[in-house]
Design a protein around this ligand. Sequence first.
Ligand code: FAD
Length: 693
Amino acid sequence: KSVPFGQPGSLPIPHEVLRRSVTGNGNNLNGQTYDYVVVGGGLAGLVVAGRLSENPDVTVAVIEAGDSGYDDNRKFVVPSANLYDSAANTKYDWKFETVAQSGLNNRVTPWARGKVLGGSAAINGLYYVRHSEVEQNAWAKINGEGPDGTWGWNNMLRAMKKSENFTPPRKELLDAVDINFNPASHGTDGPLHVSWPARSYPPVASFLQSVAELGTAISQDPDAGQSWGAFVATSTINPTNWTRSFSRTAYLDPYAYRSNLHVLTGHTVTKVLFDQGSSSGGGGDVRATGVQYSAASGSDRLNVNAAREVILCGGSVNDPQILQLSGIGDRSLLERHNVPVIVDLPGVGHHVQDHVSAGLTWEPSQPSDIPPQRVTNDPVTDSYVNSAIAYVGANTLYGDYRATLVAEMRQERAATVAALDAPEAVKRGYDLTYGVQVDDIFTSDVGPIELLCAISFGGLSVQAALQQPLSRGSILIQSSDPFAAPLIDAGYLTNRFDLETMRTGFKLARQVANTKPLSDHMGSEQVPGSSVSSDADWDRWIKDHVQTEYHPSCSCAMLPRSAGGVVGTDLKVYGTRNLRVIDAAVPPISLSAHLMAATYGLAEIGAELVLKERDEALKQSSSSGGGSSSPASGNASGSTPVSGPASGAAASGSPSDLSSKSSSAATLSLGRLTAWQLASVGVASSALLAFAL
Ligand SMILES: Cc1cc2nc3c(=O)[nH]c(=O)nc-3n(C[C@H](O)[C@H](O)[C@H](O)COP(=O)(O)OP(=O)(O)OC[C@H]3O[C@@H](n4cnc5c(N)ncnc54)[C@H](O)[C@@H]3O)c2cc1C
């Protein structure tokens, strides 16, 4: 039996989690030098920063545009708050919008993105869903790798498991709904809690059965590469206290005492800085020396130096914007906005793919079937989040018509690619990615449609979401002002096959709701209702109603440079020696899954690549007898960081000084540290924290 928060015998109060010291004072980083500067403290940023800083000799700075979120912690950590006390559309959301979408009757649609520590993982729906082996191997293939390469399925599965701390469902849940899992497909030593909510509601079990009645079997193990079928997905839930687990709670909060990791919030990175002379010694590639950042449009621009690397983790919208503002992008775009060109890289901001979705809604036939429509403060009740889903393969969706459809997709490939309004290199990449979507994915069991059973806001809804769009969009700066949002053209439904797949998906969603046993829970259909029945009705309704499922990706795609790629298999931005992108902007193709499981895996792999390169550089430097291994004292990478104002650095001790002395906080010379650095090394009392923050 559950006990409300704060009463004897109750679970820990979620908002009393460990509060990691961070600083909002930009001067604390100004002029300092870190080994790695991570741009964005979101999902991937905190994974990368957390993993790099496991080594006390490595210094890391994270700069996050949003707030820490600690003062509003309940909004983030109570699972049901993602619906009933949502951070979307608040100051924790970038509140982006698309431009008018020609495929959606010229509608402008919202694009929520988290602007807080944890990024979109702090505000998302908690679905933890893995993509398929087929898709990951296609991703590897178009980048010249096989299934056993860095970007093949085996390595991605290993990395996703590395980040995971899996707990099986509790008995009450297993009694209520058909949940299957294979423990071997999960990791148990990682920091990210993955489990199921504490309880369920009758329509959840019925949804799975109705979907199965219509040809999509209940999956026995959706997490090991065969991601299709119907199942209750895992959620990023910590079952010890029924709170959300996310990159902040998993990779940052537990490390309050890590002195070599500094986190600055409330500051936007405005551009990456380069050593313009460095290209001659680096095979033509430029060297990133740090970043410029600022609290607000009219505030001072400050600089922090990166001795080894700058790592972009700003997410699918902001990464391409930061690159373009820094002079990396399509030459004609940059020149139009008076941004000096550092690397002419036409693919930056292209190849954008997103899932679009909408829900059909019914009145519940029995109101007791559905959860309360608010945060109740009872942890077990508040742990309920929607998670029953089904990935419906093209075969089930289309039956015999699939072969015709795939033939038509192939036939239209060349003309579709030629019609894309994008630089030539991007068209070559479109050809590659369109090719594997049609030939490898539409011909497999991977689901181009996801159905979701949502029991929220007093209604029962079956949603359909397009997973493998053949349409493409772009994210391009509209001015050189880093505080102006970029132009987001999602390209929704501009490819005719996407509309057709969506229509088929919505028809199936209605059929599922009208099939027993789910139909027993359904009263009258509220949305769209009986007035929508012909194909033309559906197309009109779809264009008027679909919007993002919040999974934009591919805006800094890993593809060959000649195919409009932005990063290579080492995640380095082409034309640079030490600038990487590590986050959801990187996949070259859309994945049939919610995006965060793959992004956790990608970030784990990214951190490993970074550390491997560091180890190799250190080995090389010690075998050649050259210099110090610490970039702080001489810079192993062999170049001089940009000179910044260095205000206070001498007086307070640089972060690099910290790392070289601070494996044990006791060895620190406290007299040389600023208050916030004291907080970072764990000698802080709450009073000091208050002062420091
Ligand atoms: C409302 C919503 C619901 C979602 N639901 C789910 C779900 O249920 N399951 C799932 O798997 N996925 C879901 N997603 C998607 C998932 O959360 C994202 O794909 C994932 O978080 C992407 O990780 P990321 O690291 O690429 O970006 P983010 O997590 O968005 O992190 C980017 C960070 O960089 C910061 N940043 C950006 N620009 C700058 C700058 N110039 N300077 C400093 N900092 C900057 C941002 O503020 C942010 O904190 C959802 C997303 C949203 C928005």
